[in-house]
Design a protein around this ligand. Structure first.
Ligand code: GLV
Ligand code: MN
Ligand code: MN
Length: 413
């Protein structure tokens, strides 16, 4: 077990995770909630935590907690998630979990004795890649999503979240808002790889978060009429692919006009045959902007666009909101305290404060408890892609920064 983490200590722990769910051809990861890969990652977490003498608990929603000392209320909690988006990078999530474990090593090496309860957490199903709603572990725990709605969500194979939890040994009967788990979180600090170029441009290895853009996901389901690709005259077609295409192109234009971003990254075509006009096109819209009113205006415009296009093409459309996350402004006092604890640590110096368009468990929990985020520089600025990266030296700096912030919270007022 490493004492005061260095580059090679970071690498040792990091390399244990590297092969899990990795596509050898693309280098991208498929680590979806409650799958075999997820189980392997969860086992790894339990092993790494136990190797550090931490006691592991699974909460009612399947989140993993590793306690240094006795569990208790008002704890200092740090961690992130282990799951990925399809074709995701290695760092989004795991960097926060690995850094949290290495921060424990550093605190120990420095003789820090926590004066309040302390836990490392691995939140379940942060990306929502399988059941559609992101940050499911923290949303369920906090009650930000209703239990019944969550448990009924289905993956593309028709498996419900309730069934997936059961299969993974988490009893869905006990899922939902968890007062005890919530009471135990006194403060949550999530370290995360930066998902843009803010720190690169500022030439800084780490930063702290100010805010998260409001964002959400919407499902547009177009339904037309299946028919033969060669024998159906153009005039006779009810092709759901056409209003879908209008949605993609018009949505992008509308987003650009409004100063927002819109992504259609997931589409299911039924029955998906080259020589058959599709019956259905299911498309998922991800929309984000600095202000809630802008996202709402965009989403309304896009819905109108879908409805008009579907009407013109003789196709029906249903639109539903799958998730919504309002603007998050992180606790300014906590942020400044963290920045103060970290500043001056070589090679950090002053700590930049950055906003982000990416969602996080820290963002969900911010509505319930004080939360903060530490970002680690990503030289590519790319995320949700195999190109996502952080240099080992910056990762170690991140561990040192996190440990300093935690020490301040564990031993200060
Ligand atoms: C999660 O990373 C998200 O921003 O969707
Ligand atoms: Mn992510
Ligand atoms: Mn993440």
């Amino acid at each position: 077990m490493p004492l005061d983490p260095t580059t090679s200590d970071f690498r040792t722990l990091w390399d244990e995770l590297a092969p899990v769910g990795r596509d050898r051809r693309t280098g991208g990861y498929a680590r979806f909630a409650w799958t075999r890969e997820d189980a392997t990652l969860r086992e790894w977490f339990v092993g790494a935590a136990r190797a550090r003498g931490l006691d592991v608990e699974v909460d009612r929603n399947g989140n993993l907690w590793a306690w240094w000392g006795a569990p208790g209320d008002d704890a200092v909690v740090t961690g992130s998630h282990l799951d990925s988006v399809p074709g995701g990078g290695a760092y989004d999530g795991p960097l926060g979990v690995v850094s949290a474990l290495l921060a424990v090593d550093r605190l120990r090496a420095q003789g820090v004795v926590p004066e309040r309860p302390f836990a490392v957490v691995a939140f379940a199903d942060e990306e929502g890649a399988r059941f559609g709603v992101a940050c499911m572990g923290s949303r369920l725990l906090s009650g930000a999503i209703g239990r019944d709605r969550a448990l009924a969500l289905r993956d593309d194979a028709g498996v419900t979240l309730a069934e997936a939890l059961s299969a993974a040994g988490v009893d869905p009967a006990h899922a939902g808002r968890d007062e005890e788990a919530l009471r135990r979180i006194g403060v949550f600090v999530e370290l995360h790889v930066e998902q843009g170029r803010g720190l690169v441009d500022l030439d800084a290895p780490v930063g702290v978060a100010s805010s998260i853009w409001p964002h959400g996901r919407w499902h547009h389901r177009f339904e037309g009429e299946g028919n033969h690709a060669g024998t159906t005259l153009i005039a006779d077609r009810h092709d759901p692919m056409l209003p879908f295409a209008d949605l993609v192109l018009g949505g992008r234009e509308a987003a650009a006009e409004l100063g927002a971003v819109l992504t259609v990254g997931r589409v299911l075509v039924g029955p998906n045959g080259t020589n058959a006009i599709p019956v259905t096109v299911d498309a998922w819209i991800d929309a984000r902007a600095p202000e809630e009113a802008t996202v709402r205006a965009l989403v309304e415009r896009v819905e109108r666009l879908s409805r008009d296009a579907a009407g013109r093409r003789g196709v029906s459309v249903e639109v539903s909101e799958e998730s919504w996350s309002g603007l998050v402004s992180f606790d300014a006092a906590l942020r400044d305290r963290l920045a103060g604890a970290v500043a001056g640590l070589a090679p950090i110096g002053a700590v930049p404060v950055l906003g982000t368009g990416a969602g996080h468990d820290a963002g969900v929990l911010a509505a319930y408890v004080p939360t903060a985020m530490v970002f680690v520089r990503n030289p590519t600025g790319v995320s949700h892609s195999p190109a996502e990266h952080a240099e080992e030296a910056d990762c170690v700096t991140g561990v040192h920064a996190l440990a300093s912030a935690l020490e301040d919270l564990l031993t200060g007022e």
